[in-house]
Ligand binder design. Structure first.
Ligand code: MN
Ligand code: MN
Length: 328
């Protein structure tokens, strides 16, 4: 069996409870990046009125010793709300709130790459950097084997699957369409989707997003993907190479421009940025950690990727060192 037990519970029964009135109370689910730097965690609390903006959502905390995030004996970690979305699972007026994680001493947690990314994005804000990221992922059964693949074998060779249509070409479209709708409802700037080269491999695109918004929206899109997959009883992996052999890897291609690149005569600014990127290959390789075809892999942290591009192309940093910029 490749789908989870919970996914076979009667989902119609749940509908009855989701529709119950809440009498003004609001469920707010706090979402954060855990100590792995790739996993997301969440927990939910009740607020006594609907938050109208992120400022209305209070800080919270969690036990970092259970998420590989705690330092020494101080396991309390702070959740600092940074962006609010509508909750496509519990529906309005409930919220999903993306959070930065701070340690007990209020320094950013090791996997909180948003903290420095935000500083850099504030510095370069007059360049109005826009990003679009193409998130590839693979659906797995709970047995860890790609969803829909024969239990003891392989599907036919790649070729018919990319943007494919038909029961013998694509596996799990229900999940992809549900995720797309859930992102639109939530307010995540999802802008497209397609079936990928390997069967059970898919892509969605998020953007255009300006500055820090890119990482925020992509991380929430990933959270929604994992949550939708949970309902369907399968697992989404961002593993850049989930199947060894002649099977497609998974990337996270990053599209980018500044305001001057988008204007008349912008091509010369694009060429200048490419020239700067070409001289700083080692720094970008280290920042992304893991490459496929010299572009960010599926499990990249979008804060690291967008920050690195800003440092090189707008702030004109050179070499492998990065500058530390003051808080402001
Ligand atoms: Mn692709
Ligand atoms: Mn692409």
């Amino acid at each position: 069996m490749s789908v989870s037990h919970s996914s076979r519970l009667n989902k119609l029964v749940r509908e009855q409870y989701v529709r119950l009135p809440q009498d003004g109370l609001v469920q707010v689910t706090y979402v954060w990046i855990d100590g792995s730097g790739e996993g997301v965690r969440c927990k939910t609390r009740t607020l006594d009125k609907e938050p109208k903006s992120i400022e209305d959502v209070p800080e919270w905390n969690f036990d970092g010793s259970s998420t590989a995030q705690a330092e020494g004996s101080n396991s309390d970690m702070f959740l600092v709300p940074v962006r609010m979305f509508r909750d496509p699972f519990c529906l309005d007026p409930n919220k999903l709130v993306l959070c930065e994680v701070l340690k007990y001493n209020r320094k950013p947690a090791e996997t909180n790459l948003r903290h420095t990314c935000k500083k850099v994005m504030d510095l370069v804000k007059d360049s109005h950097p826009w990003f679009g990221m193409e998130q590839e992922y693979t659906l797995l059964g709970i047995n860890g084997h790609p969803y829909g693949w024969p239990d003891n074998g392989f599907p036919g060779p790649q070729g018919p699957y990319y943007c494919g249509v038909g029961a013998d070409k694509v596996y799990g479209r229900d999940i992809v369409e549900s995720h797309y709708k859930a992102c639109l409802y939530a307010g995540v700037k999802i802008c497209g989707t397609n079936a990928e080269v390997m069967p059970s491999q898919w892509e969605f695109q998020v953007g255009p997003c300006e500055g820090i918004e890119m990482g925020d929206h992509l991380w929430m899109a990933r959270f929604i993907l994992h949550r939708v997959c949970e309902d369907f009883g399968v697992v989404a992996t961002l593993d850049p190479k989930p199947m060894t052999g002649n099977w497609n890897g998974a990337g996270c291609h990053t599209n980018y421009s500044t305001e001057e690149m988008r204007k008349e005569g912008g091509l010369k600014h694009i060429e200048a940025a490419i020239e700067k990127l070409s001289k700083r290959h080692n720094y970008h390789i280290c920042g992304y950690g893991y490459f496929e075809d010299r572009r960010p892999a599926a499990n990249c942290d979008p804060y690291a990727v967008t920050e690195a591009i800003m440092r090189t192309t707008v702030l004109n940093e050179t070499g492998v060192e990065t500058k530390d910029y003051a808080d402001h």
